[in-house]
Design a protein around this ligand. Structure first.
Ligand code: NAP
Ligand code: MG
Length: 500
């Protein structure tokens, strides 16, 4: 188990894969109560290379009890803000020290190129934990002078506190397994919450390894629990559990709605980071080569399995043909291969299910009259590959234009003017992100307020920053992760009114 696709694994990665994998509940590594397991599949070969426990609702109960105990008693509530900061910094240091192992696990489990996993997934995760560590000591309330008009003969004093929301259930997707885990774990632990983390069934490994590092960093038992299992069993049980105070979800809009409804039954706080169909808007002053390189990065990064993927490309009619031709050239030239190979630029999609879903979309587009300027098919062999695909001759009511494909497939269309593009950019139920490509400041500024999206990039796409709030308008979600706003998701304000 130390060579995959002819590449020698780091000894630490091989050692992790050689040991039996268990879940982390209450500081113990345990099997699922029923003993059931799930295979972990290498999407570059379609073969299972290890197994993890298939946690179910009884395991969720245990994990919630462990997290509740840790939240209410024991060492964790006695941790001061500086202690919480120090623990997170230690966790970040450990992650950084084990970066290559994490990158290799992510490449094998998800399929993504290992070079990207190291320099994007792991590097951003380390940065994010360090950024959130700083917030542990900066959770503030305010003092207020009160008027209390009905009790004029007494003095009053008011202040607000921000308290940890409590036990958090986090359900995360498979596209950035480590980074999405860290986006939830770091602010929750900075705020003093405890957590049950359920990774996606397709990509459980880095969450389990993160659990090991949390113990090594010195987190008390039960503060971070990692429960592997299926979404419709373990995930659904977690979202509906009356013992949790907040559910943090990233994934599809469809499942996000189920999770939101389940949480609402118990009035559990909920934040949802959901799908997108983000436009890339190229105005008429942009060099076609720059636009094509930007559009390629916007859609092909992480095989297009990015919630903010620039999956609708709109180019001003005067430059449309030039941009599409160069984008197709880039797509055709990308090196496809197993993620674990450092020279790979496009890895497999995460699973057969996802490959089939994406190829179905491509077929539906082609059958409705679209033309593939590049790609348009899967790869040969058992791996879950899809060629980088550029579809043209599409129209607004095709499924490939309207629905989130979540693969390396972009639909390209020309537009006429700012009014036309503002209307078409927003003609979607989603509102996660958009990018505008132009150096005409006045037109860019005029367009920004007209775009219904949680993030607007200008002359770049998919730049993710710890300090910037991240989340969606419309059906792309509720709440903002990252930045100061992440703390608001994991704290509950309390108003205190004192009569002196
Ligand atoms: P998904 O079903 O929404 O999965 C996200 C997470 O929710 C996973 O941990 C999943 O567990 C869990 N889950 C599934 N059903 C659940 C339920 N009934 N209750 C509670 N949790 C549940 O996403 P997917 O199936 O992996 O991908 C489907 C589509 O979602 C993609 O094609 C893409 O369009 C979109 N997607 C968006 C994002 C994003 O970042 N916005 C990320 C991933 C996927 P399992 O892994 O066991 O199913
Ligand atoms: Mg996998």
């Amino acid at each position: 188990m130390n060579r995959f696709h002819g590449i020698e694994l780091n000894p630490a990665t091989a050692a992790f894969l050689a040991a039996p994998r268990k879940m982390l509940i209450g500081g113990e590594w345990v099997d699922d109560l029923s003993g059931a397991t799930l295979p972990v599949i290498d999407p570059a070969s379609g073969e299972a290379f290890c197994h993890v426990p298939a946690g179910e609702s009884a395991d969720v109960d245990h994990a919630v009890q462990a997290a509740r105990r840790a939240f209410e008693s024991g060492e964790w509530p006695r941790h001061r803000p500086v202690d919480r900061e120090r623990l997170l910094l230690r966790l970040a240091d450990l992650l950084e020290a084990n970066a290559q192992e994490f990158a290799e696990l992510e490449a094998l489990d998800n399929g993504k190129p290992v070079t990207m996993a190291r320099h994007v997934d792991v590097a951003l995760s380390v940065d994010f934990i360090r950024y959130m560590a700083g917030w542990a000591t900066k959770i503030e309330g305010a003092t207020m002078e009160l008027s209390a008009p009905l009790v004029r003969d007494r003095e009053f004093f008011g202040f607000t506190r921000r308290e940890p929301v409590g036990v958090v259930g986090a359900i995360i997707p498979w596209n950035f397994p480590l980074l999405m885990a860290v986006w939830k774990v770091a602010p929750a632990l900075a705020a003093g919450c405890t957590m049950i983390l359920k990774p996606a069934e397709d990509t459980p490994l880095t969450a389990l390894r993160l659990g090991e590092l949390a113990i090594e960093a010195g987190y008390p038992a039960g503060v971070l629990n990692v429960l592997t299992g299926l979404g419709h069993t373990a995930g659904a049980a977690l979202a509906a559990h009356p013992g949790i105070n907040k559910v943090a979800f990233t994934g599809s809009t469809e499942v996000g709605k189920l999770v939101g409804k389940a949480a609402m039954e118990n009035m559990t706080r909920v934040s949802l980071e959901l799908g997108g169909k983000s436009p890339v808007i190229v105005l008429d002053d942009v060099d076609p080569a720059v636009a094509a390189a930007g559009a390629a990065q916007a859609i092909f990064f992480n095989q297009g399995q990015v919630c903010t993927a620039g999956s609708r490309l709109y180019v001003h009619r005067s430059r449309f043909d030039a941009v599409v031709e160069q984008l197709a050239g880039i797509a055709d030239g990308m090196k496809i291969g197993p993620g674990i190979d450092p020279s790979t630029q496009i890895g497999p999609l995460v699973s057969k299910v996802q490959q089939n879903r994406v190829l179905d979309y491509v077929r539906s587009g082609l059958s409705e009259g679209a033309r593939a300027a590049a790609g348009g098919a899967g790869g040969d062999g058992p791996g879950c590959f899809v060629k980088p695909t550029v579809l043209v001759d599409v129209h607004e009511d095709m499924r490939v234009v309207r629905e989130e494909i979540f693969g390396p497939v972009v639909v390209a269309q020309p537009f006429e003017d700012l009014d036309d593009i503002a209307r078409r950019a927003n003609d979607t139920p989603y509102g996660l992100a958009a990018s505008i490509w132009s150096n005409d400041l006045a037109r860019v500024h005029r367009l920004i307020p007209r775009i219904q999206a949680g993030t607007v990039w200008v002359n770049c796409h998919n730049i993710i920053e710890s300090v910037m709030p991240f989340g969606g308008f419309k059906q792309s979600g509720i709440g903002r992760e990252a930045g100061r706003s992440a703390l608001e998701l994991y704290t509950e304000p309390k108003s205190v009114i004192m009569m002196l």
